[in-house]
Design a protein around this ligand. Structure first.
Ligand code: 8YV
Length: 326
């Protein structure tokens, strides 16, 4: 079997696949090159990541058995086209839930406590000693966190928030929800409360986004939603950039419509909306949500497991479109 990595991966993935077949590592392939390699018949499986746009154009006429995506989110892949073309897609669920929730908590704390301003003050040599009013920030403990998207990562975030003494409300699949049973909530039953999207927006002290990017969640947070949030609210996004209308967010942060934002993802990564980088009331990270060493190594391993199964003509152990088997 032959495998093409669109970028080097951390962990044992490359070694695992070299033991059984041919491996090539590409760097920075654009849509044309992806289409060309997919159609070439040279590779059984493409091992991709978020910045690879695996569109219908790439998949129609592709001579590959599968796409193993490094990440739980797969909005970069046209899964319907993959399925129509009999191509499996695999992803890396669960393993990164804790690391991603750790990043969300880091962003919430950093934005609330003005970590960016504090760091700059110290590093620039302008810190002149502690004073009682220096860099007062937002409350965390005793406040209400609204979780938009209570899947695996949202639940991991809920556990952390509870540990920080926050009250947790959620909408499982905003904006339209269905009732979530105690069974589904598992260890969180009785500890978190399901509310309407309106209530979450209007009554949460802070909001953290944990939804996949779909047509329903694109610009889930726009100018209208920002106005409905508390003026003291912090917005955290570790999900996908386009879930937030980034230019509307810049306006809201500039005007004091909300207090601050902690962002790990951006609408047009790696570009930022005009004005975002200059705002003091933001804490910005370069999409490192899952970047804990052992998490990333395990994600690579899961990609290799998916790739191997697909190359052998089987169903990947972590499938996105199991129905291809039919
Ligand atoms: C990945 C992520 O590292 O899993 C996801 O969906 O966003 C990250 O964990 C990223 O997608 C790189 O491919």
């Amino acid at each position: 079997p032959s495998f093409l990595f669109t970028a080097p991966l951390p962990g044992p993935a490359e070694e695992m696949l070299r033991e059984v077949g041919e491996v090539e590592i590409a760097h920075g392939y654009g849509p044309e090159e992806l289409k060309e390699v997919a159609a070439s018949g040279r590779y059984d499986v493409l091992i991709t990541q978020l910045s690879d746009q695996i569109t219908a154009d790439v998949l129609d006429g592709a001579k590959i058995k599968g796409v193993a995506n490094f990440g739980v989110g797969y909005n970069n892949i046209d899964v319907d086209s993959a399925t129509a073309n009999g191509i499996f897609v695999g992803n890396t669920p669960d393993v990164l839930s804790d690391a991603s929730a750790n990043t969300a908590m880091l962003l919430l704390l950093a934005a609330a406590r003005r970590a960016h301003e504090g760091e700059r003050l110290v590093r620039s040599g302008q810190f002149q000693g502690m004073t009682p009013e220096l860099l007062l920030g937002a409350d965390i403990t005793g406040t209400r966190l609204g979780i938009a998207g209570l899947g695996r990562i949202g639940k991991a975030m809920a556990r952390r928030a509870l540990g920080f003494g926050m009250e947790v409300v959620f909408v499982q699949r905003p904006p339209h929800d269905r009732e979530v049973s105690d069974d589904e909530l598992g260890d969180l039953a009785g500890k978190v409360e399901q509310v309407s999207w309106d209530e979450l927006l209007e009554t949460s002290d802070h909001i953290s986004l944990h939804v996949p990017l779909t047509p329903d969640t694109k610009h889930l947070i726009g100018a209208d939603e920002l106005v409905r949030m508390k003026s003291t609210a912090i917005l955290v996004n570790t999900a996908r950039g386009p879930v937030v209308d980034e230019q509307a967010l810049v306006t809201a942060l500039r005007n004091g419509t909300i207090e601050a934002a902690g962002l790990d993802v951006f609408e047009n990564e790696p570009d930022l909306a005009d004005g975002l980088a200059e705002l003091p009331n933001t804490f910005l990270l370069p999409h490192i949500g899952s970047a804990e060493r052992s998490t990333r190594a395990r994600m690579g391993e899961m990609c290799a497991e998916n790739a191997l199964a697909m190359a052998r003509g089987g169903v990947p152990p972590y499938p996105v479109n199991r129905e291809v088997a039919r």
